[in-house]
Design a binder for this molecule. Sequence first.
Ligand code: TXA
Ligand code: MG
Length: 345
Amino acid sequence: MEKWKTQVLPPDEANIRLAAELLNQGEVVGFPTETVYGLAANAFDPQAVAKIFAAKGRPQDNPLIVHIASMEMLPPLVKDPPALAFQLAEKFWPGPMTMILPRSERLGDEVSAGLPTVGIRYPSSPTAQKMILASQLPLAAPSGNLSGHPSPTTAAHMLHDMDTHIPLIIDGGECQVGLESTVIQVMEDRVRLLRPGGITVEMLEEICPVEIDQGVLHAVDANAKVASPGMKYRHYAPIAEVTIVEGELPAFQKYMESVKGDGVYAMVFDGEEDGLCVPTLPFGQSGQPETQAHRLFDLLRQCDDLGAKKVFVRSPDRHGIGLAVYNRLLRAAAFRIVKLDDRKD
Ligand code: TXA
Ligand code: MG
């Protein structure tokens, strides 16, 4: 792979133009979206798309999603989308929702890893929109992390993973949502949730029935045929062993006494730091999953910086974007869960 001196530049007009030129030359550029940073290339250029897979070390069977910045960009990418897709677009685009739709022949096999469908997203981030419009290209973009690492929510995270792999990262500051987009397969009369995110089940249900795919809350076999290939991979994982701990705070405090030791940390809700026998990482407000979503990936990266060996995490609520927080934690924890008995003796 080519070794670059990776530049990190603010999203002013000249730098957006530079990004657009690089994209038109078939290069890969890092860019901010409202969810996480992405690793973008021209979706119509198979060689550029191949560079994304190389830069990330991404398995070849894991398809990319394609980013647009106007509804006029949609028709060349898809074939006969169901009417429901337009209803959902009207309501939730631009925003953190990716729709899996039948793929047009104009898009090569590379983007979709040979699947007959393609994921399409219209991000709300003004910088992301400017880059798409300046390049006049639909941009194929996965999250901008090395495969298996937590998704980047700052340009610094992305530089950490992509330094020398790509020529440029546009720095748009911290991502607002902090977790990747909601991924849904769109059918005639309903949708199937493949990955929870900022557009929640509750929001989707205002438009149509929502089926929740098995893979959202359960481990899938590496050899299984799954609706979304990304579900198969251990994801979002720091080097430390992560465990989700279910139960009330007093039981959690007591449990930590039994597992404390060198390199052991507790991820707790804000205000729960006192009364724990190990160093804590505050993880957002209890009952406010937006704050947890915003901080989760940064905290998982901090675990690595601290040299954490084991991290025990308070189990979050699953309503709203809390389902997405829980889904990412399950994967970071490789589905390791401890259930504490809260009953008094
Ligand atoms: O918020 C996001 O979605 C970010 C930003 C950069 O837009 N992108 C992102 O891309 O998270 P990625 O590649 O890290 O995750 C996309 C997920 C993967 O799990 C992939 O397997 C699934 O979407 N996916 C993509 N195309 C698909 C398809 N045609 N059918 C089923 N699943 C698909
Ligand atoms: Mg990803």
